[in-house]
Design a protein around this ligand. Sequence first.
Ligand code: AMP
Ligand code: MG
Length: 403
Amino acid sequence: MPATLTPLDEALSRILELAPPPPDAERISLGDALGRVLAESPCAPMAIPPDDNSAVDGYAVRIADVGDAPLPISQRIAAGHAPTALTPGTAARIFTGAVIPEGADAVIMQEDVQFNGDCVQLPRDLRTGQNIRLRGHDIPQGETLLSHGQRLRPQELGLLASAGLSDIQVYRRLRVGILTTGDELVEPGRPLAPGQIYNTNIFTLKGLLQRLGFETVDQGIVQDTADATSKALETLAQRSDIIISSGGVSVGEEDHVRQAIAQHGELALWRIAMKPGKPLAFGHAWNRPLLGLPGNPSAVLLTFLLIARPFLLRAQGVTGPVTPMCHRLPANFGIERPGLRRDFLRARLVQGEDGLRVDIHPNQSSGALRAASWAEGLAVIPEGKILQRGDLVDYLAFSELLD
Ligand code: AMP
Ligand code: MG
């Protein structure tokens, strides 16, 4: 491998080490907190659930009272209503979620009882505590609910709500500035002059950032001059916390982003051993971290998912793993020639005779996006590896990368 290409794992760990500390925290209401990163480790101010309650619709009894004779029904306890103590020698009609009356030690499902006039005939084989959900069985009072650095998914919001918390301390959302470079670029909706193409990457990047919960700042298209590129990046640095650009990081004379970083800051990394996505510049300029992604649309998607995403999540305050897990599945294709770079093929799963297999799109050009749209994930071919059909291959699902 040429010395100038940094292996992906090494690049990633260097980039993550250079992630800035998380932004300031703010207190927001739980209803606005989906996808946000916790800046505190909240404890449960109360036991969850707060009372012993019934897991089923049925009858609450004291087991010692249950004999051959049917028991009369002394009260009806619906969810949300406080019971009175169980009258000895009786059963209480009870519904799911309703509080267990004092003195009862079991609940019998209504399917298991028989009516005998106004009384219920109960089975004899009862177990203490059956069908009773104990106070605090989910979370005891005072226990840590979640840890700082966790991203809030719907189930975390529900958990916080179950403890009665209505607002929560999270990190301010990072503002990510986007610059798309290229004399050839035109925004969709306008006519193309000869030699021009539409600005694809701004839509891909904005979408990716929005899915992850970042604020975006669009600096628009910058022309390929050193001066315009520097000015645009400097402006963007004042408007955002982290900058992402597309294009202008190869070795051509029109590639001004890399030079702008080198001139106005420090270039920490350039050129990574991945395909697509070799020309990627990472550094700091104008006091901001700057990720200069390549220009090719598929390379933008993949370098964002594999490099920018972990960096941004770490910078946002996520403390746990930020890189995705692979599934290892049989390949529905072969690779005849070993590559120098780790290859990320646009792929999806198909049902084979022996279970799921990884299939790849026939057009893997880094300039083409159709394959990425067809795909539901990536097949990862390590550096220097060939593959026979049926061999195991690592598969990264987009569903793990897009949120
Ligand atoms: P560059 O790295 O600037 O040389 O760009 C590499 C390739 O990606 C060229 O074919 C560019 O035309 C294309 N490209 C760069 N930026 C964009 C963009 N925003 N939208 C679509 N294609 C782009
Ligand atoms: Mg360009």
